[in-house]
Design a protein around this ligand. Structure first.
Ligand SMILES: [Zn+2]
Length: 162
C-alpha cells in the first residue's frame, strides 16, 4: 500500500509595490531598475534581480543571453554568482526579481525557472538561511515567498549523496 504525500506551499500576494513592506519595496525597485542592464537581444525579455546581503549590501544581476541559446544564464543565477564572488561568506537574505518584456506588458509576477530553483536551494543550504523572494513585473501584483526551498519539493541536494 502506497503512502501519498502532498506538498503545499504558502506565499503572500500584494496588489502592488505600494502594499509591500518597505525593505521588500526597496529591493523590488532595484530589480526593476536592473532590467535596463539585461543582455537579452534574442528573447527581448529583460530580467533584473537584486539581492540583499546580510551585511546590508544590495547587488544586482541580469539575464545574459548568448547566440548559442543554452549558454545563456538567468538573472537569479547571475546575481547569486556576483554575491558569492564578491562576498563568499555573507548570506543572501532576499532576492527581488522583475522583468521588462519588450513584446508584451510586464504586469504579472514571474517565478524562477527550475535551474534557478535548484541554485537557490544550494545557496540556502550553504548559508543555512532561507532566501526570501519578491517577484513582480514592472507594475501590478507582487508575490513574496519567504523560503525558496518551498519552490523545490523532493529536490536533489548534498544529502542525497550521503
Ligand atoms: Zn532561471
Amino acid at each position: 500500500m502506497e503512502t501519498k504525500t502532498r506538498h503545499t506551499i504558502e506565499f503572500d500576494t500584494y496588489p502592488d509595490i505600494a502594499a509591500l513592506p518597505a525593505a521588500d519595496a526597496a529591493l523590488l525597485r532595484q530589480a526593476r531598475t536592473a532590467t535596463r542592464d539585461a543582455y537579452a537581444p534574442y528573447s527581448r525579455f529583460r530580467v533584473g534581480a537584486a539581492a540583499l546581503l546580510e551585511n546590508g549590501e544590495v547587488l544586482t544581476g541580469t539575464n545574459q543571453e548568448n547566440a548559442s541559446y543554452p549558454v545563456g544564464i538567468c538573472a537569479e543565477r547571475t546575481v547569486l554568482s556576483v554575491a558569492s564572488g564578491l562576498h563568499p561568506n555573507v548570506p543572501v537574505l532576499a532576492i527581488a526579481v522583475s522583468y521588462d518584456n519588450e513584446l508584451a506588458p510586464s504586469v504579472a509576477p514571474i517565478a524562477p525557472c527550475g535551474i534557478c530553483r535548484q541554485t537557490l536551494m544550494e545557496y540556502q543550504a550553504r548559508y543555512q538561511r532561507p532566501i526570501r523572494l519578491i517577484l513582480a513585473g514592472l507594475s501590478g501584483q507582487v508575490i513574496v515567498v519567504t523560503d525558496s526551498a518551498d519552490l523545490m519539493p523532493l529536490s536533489f541536494s548534498a544529502n542525497s549523496m550521503k
